[in-house]
Ligand binder design. Structure first.
Ligand SMILES: *[C@@H]1O[C@H](CO)[C@@H](O)[C@H](O)[C@H]1NC(C)=O
Length: 220
């Protein structure tokens, strides 16, 4: 980086003085703050419950495979985040299990608040993420392998094998947040205007309406 002596000194001082951005959830201010998921109080995280027990730090849900027939993607995420394990509130970590039928896809999505690290329990997956420079970093991973999806970057996993696959994911946030590109753009409520999508994707209204009709939440 080219800079003359004075501006360089100013930048160096600012870098030392300014607080560096947190790389994950903020530090905790107490031992535990078990989430009161029913509280209407809005804080950065969840309000703390008055009384906590060991059950607030316990979850049994990751041992069994999720039902990959329950959606059209053939992949299902079972989360163990603060919404399932209230004791995780403010601790800055969480996990999930993802199961994939043969051909199953965890469609392109981002986690705005966490880096994700997957460990393959069984099967093989084609995985990848895309940098802000639009470079795809992709690899085939199999049982015992680990792969990392950096915070905020678009990523996916697909099972191109003939047998089921499963991973355990670790996150540096108690609630990483998931924004799936297809549903964010084509199944938001209220709808993203057709004119935004036709111009963004360089297609006609018919194509946009077709995708919207496929992804729209089922009206009950
Ligand atoms: C899995 O989901 C499908 C579709 O919703 C359902 O028909 C099936 O009974 C479920 N299987 C199990 C084992 O729950």
């Amino acid at each position: 980086m080219a800079c003359s002596l004075l501006p360089c000194a100013v930048v160096a001082v600012l870098l030392l003085v300014l607080p560096s951005p947190s790389a994950g959830d903020p530090d905790l201010l107490q031992d535990i703050c078990v989430a009161d998921l029913t509280s209407a109080v809005k804080v950065n995280g969840f309000a703390c419950k008055a009384a906590a027990t060991e059950e607030d730090f316990y979850f049994k849900g990751l041992g069994a495979a999720g039902n990959t027939s329950s959606n059209t993607y053939g992949a299902v995420v079972t989360a163990a985040n603060v919404e399932k394990v209230p004791g995780l509130n403010t601790l800055g970590v969480s996990m999930s299990r993802i199961d994939y039928a043969p051909g199953g896809l965890n469609p392109p999505h981002t986690h705005p608040r966490a880096t994700e690290m997957v460990f393959v329990l069984q099967g093989a997956l084609d995985v990848g993420f895309i940098t802000t420079g639009n470079k795809l970093l992709a690899k085939t991973i199999s049982a015992g392998d680990v792969f990392v999806f950096p915070r905020g970057l678009v990523h996916f996993q697909k099972n191109n094998g003939d047998s089921p696959a499963a991973v355990i994911s670790a996150f540096n946030s108690h609630l990483p947040g998931t924004q799936s590109l297809a549903t964010a753009l084509f199944a938001a409520s209220p709808e993203v205007p057709d004119g935004v999508l036709t111009k963004a994707f360089q297609v006609g209204t018919k194509e946009v309406e077709k995708i919207k009709s496929r992804l729209a939440p089922k009206k009950s």
